[in-house]
Ligand binder design. Structure first.
Ligand SMILES: *[C@@H]1O[C@H](CO)[C@@H](O)[C@H](O)[C@H]1NC(C)=O
Ligand SMILES: *[C@@H]1O[C@H](CO)[C@@H](O)[C@H](O)[C@H]1NC(C)=O
Ligand SMILES: *[C@@H]1O[C@H](CO)[C@@H](O)[C@H](O)[C@H]1NC(C)=O
Ligand SMILES: *[C@@H]1O[C@H](CO)[C@@H](O)[C@H](O)[C@H]1NC(C)=O
Ligand SMILES: *[C@@H]1O[C@H](CO)[C@@H](O)[C@H](O)[C@H]1NC(C)=O
Ligand SMILES: [Cu+2]
Length: 137
């Protein structure tokens, strides 16, 4: 009985360690969060430019729901800031979005002209996170 519990605990600890090691949670904009670039002193293009996003990583958008939202759009609609028919929309003010596939994910704020003002981000999801390191050479 006690041994079974110990084994279960060890298993859970391994699983937890795996998740902590191989998925990164990114708070979009860091301390500024998701806001107008002019207000947050943040440039989302620059924010994303020195990061490598992997399948399984999580984006967290934090913002004031009175002023902003998050909409995932196509590349075309990202370019033209067209928020009329997003692929997905989020509005909790604390949205966690798991990156599930390789490729670009385009997010904009759909409120007023916030996207034109730079409240938009292109996330280039590259590879699957590295697997557990090899145990033997
Ligand atoms: C990206 O740049 C920021 C600010 O210069 C720095 O704090 C951060 O560590 C960098 N991230 C990576 C993955 O290089
Ligand atoms: C915005 O995108 C939708 C769907 O992609 C399209 O039907 C609509 O014509 C576009 N609006 C403009 C102004 O381009
Ligand atoms: C946002 O959600 C995460 C869980 O997804 C939670 O840990 C965090 O405390 C929340 N932050 C706020 C400001 O509500
Ligand atoms: C963010 O920086 C890029 C170049 O690094 C620039 O082209 C773009 O206009 C900037 N965006 C804003 C909203 O200032
Ligand atoms: C997206 O990332 C991949 C892998 O790093 C790179 O080959 C590709 O050029 C990037 N695409 C763009 C448009 O930056
Ligand atoms: Cu906004």
């Amino acid at each position: 009985m006690a041994l079974a519990i110990k084994k279960t605990l060890a298993f859970l600890m391994i699983i937890t360690a795996f998740q902590v090691s191989f998925a990164t949670v990114y708070k979009v904009g860091d301390s500024a969060g998701w806001t107008l670039p002019s207000i947050g002193q943040v440039n989302y293009t620059k924010w994303a430019s020195n990061k490598t996003f992997h399948v399984g990583d999580v984006l967290v958008f934090t913002y004031d729901i009175l002023y902003h939202n998050v909409e995932r759009v196509t590349q075309k609609n990202y370019g033209s800031c067209n928020a009329t028919s997003p692929i997905a929309s989020y509005s909790t003010g604390n949205d966690s979005i798991t990156l599930k596939k390789i490729g670009h994910k385009y997010f904009i704020c759909g409120v007023d002209d916030h996207c034109q003002m730079g409240m938009k981000i292109d996330i280039n999801v590259t590879t699957i996170s590295p697997a557990a390191p090899p145990t033997a050479v």
